[in-house]
Design a protein. Structure first.
Length: 411
């Protein structure tokens, strides 16, 4: 099978290569029309080990007091510009409640393989291609490829064996050159300085007795020398450029690209045990997910299975176990190969502080072992907000004045 590159004097005979693997010019392959190949049902990854299961505990050794809550809230207020300072140390606290929250996270490490049509230039120094004449292309899952590591996101590609074919470049039809896209084949472009007019307008100030007046005048554009056009910088006025697809080689190698994509899918939910139903709406789950807390349960295996949910076997608590089973149930994608799963449950202490502000009852929360604060209704410092607005207005006024006087000076 003939896979030799065409010589310069053979370009006119491109259409007579019917008996070789040199194909006629076809439309470009659409990379968006990829095909995801599901792994066989009995296919199992090589990476396997025994389950690593931690022991659950509900003990939080964090002797956090009401005075600690005052101090943490005060530090939060001093780290911002808008919150009222020294209020937390002086306000009347009406209640101080402690509860627990749990963040249940399931990490699923999986692999996807997809076939994508692709092409590359066929260079004159290239040898024979690996086409269908060498055999039938293998199934994507018959190719051995190990992941870079557990729970490591990574993507790599390779040419699917026996799928290469040499074809005439669809873009230049084997000529190696195409019309310049920068100037649309005109060889020049409209001057951006004068917008194609060849003249530019200017304003100057002149003395008119006891006052200065401005007048507008025109002069020949120095960018295009008054022509209104400039030579195209891409084709240098020749109207033609090297074909970007075949890079001037006139031929392309079309092939099927096999993509390997390892991803870690993380699904997490928050369980608020012994929480007031109203509090579940006030304290956002997104804030609890980012807080620090000890790991009270850790499981890792090829697949983490749900529990039977009886009265004697559950993860941490019945409610936590129910949420974990819910996460596990929707974690498997049959179009992807499962390598590993890891279930982690973190416990968070949550402290709710109720206080009075102008005889109005309000609340803030301190949560996590890193003592993060959530205080949406905490009183603001009106003088500091006014001062900030004044500073911003002064800065904007100074910038506007500088621009105005600079424009007058330049004229």
């Amino acid at each position: 099978m003939d896979t030799k590159p065409l010589l310069a004097n053979d370009k006119q005979n491109l259409k007579i290569h019917h008996g070789s693997n040199m194909m006629h010019s076809n439309p470009p392959p659409d990379a968006e029309k990829y095909e995801i190949i599901a792994p066989p049902e009995d296919f199992r990854p090589e990476l396997m080990s025994d389950a690593n299961q931690g022991l659950p505990t509900e003990v939080f050794d964090d002797p956090f007091t009401e005075d600690d809550a005052r101090y943490v809230m005060e530090m939060k207020a001093q780290s911002t510009w808008f919150l009222r300072r020294e209020f937390a140390m002086q306000c009347q606290i009406t209640s101080f409640d402690v509860s627990n929250a749990y963040v249940c996270s399931l990490e699923t490490f999986q692999e996807e393989r997809r076939i994508v049509p692709d092409y590359r230039p066929y260079y004159r120094t290239d040898g024979p291609v690996d086409g269908p004449h060498n055999g039938y292309p293998p199934s994507p899952w018959e190719i051995a490829m190990r992941p870079p590591g557990l729970f490591v996101n990574h993507t790599t590609t390779m040419v699917l064996p026996h799928t290469e074919e040499v074809r005439v470049c669809f873009n230049c039809a084997g000529g190696g050159m195409v019309t310049c896209w920068e100037c649309s084949g005109r060889g020049n472009k409209k001057c951006h300085r004068c917008n194609g007019k060849g003249l530019t307008e200017h304003t100057r100030w002149i003395d008119n007795g006891d006052r200065r007046i401005s007048e507008t005048y025109t002069e020949s554009c120095f960018h295009c020398n008054g022509s209104g056009f400039r030579i195209c910088s891409l084709c240098d006025g020749s109207t033609r450029v090297v074909c970007p697809d075949c890079e001037g080689e006139c031929q392309l190698v079309h092939y099927s690209r096999l993509d390997f994509n390892w991803t870690t899918l993380e699904n997490s939910k928050v369980v608020k045990d012994n929480f007031d139903p109203e509090l579940k709406k006030v304290l956002p789950d997104s804030r609890l997910k980012g807080a620090g807390g000890p790991v009270v349960l850790a499981e890792e295996d090829y697949m983490v299975y749900p529990t039977a949910q009886d009265n004697h076997h559950f993860r941490v608590s019945p409610r936590v176990d129910e949420v974990c089973n819910l996460i596990i149930a929707g974690s498997v994608d049959h179009m992807k190969l499962l390598h590993r799963q890891r279930l982690i449950v973190r416990g968070l202490p949550v402290y709710e502080v109720s206080y009075l502000d102008n005889h109005s009852s309000k609340r803030f929360w301190v949560y996590g072992t890193d003592h993060q604060v959530y205080a949406p209704s905490y009183p603001k410092s009106i003088p500091r907000i006014v001062a900030l607005v004044v500073i911003i207005l002064l800065i904007l006024g100074g910038i506007a004045a500088g621009v105005y006087f600079g424009a007058i000076y330049n004229k």
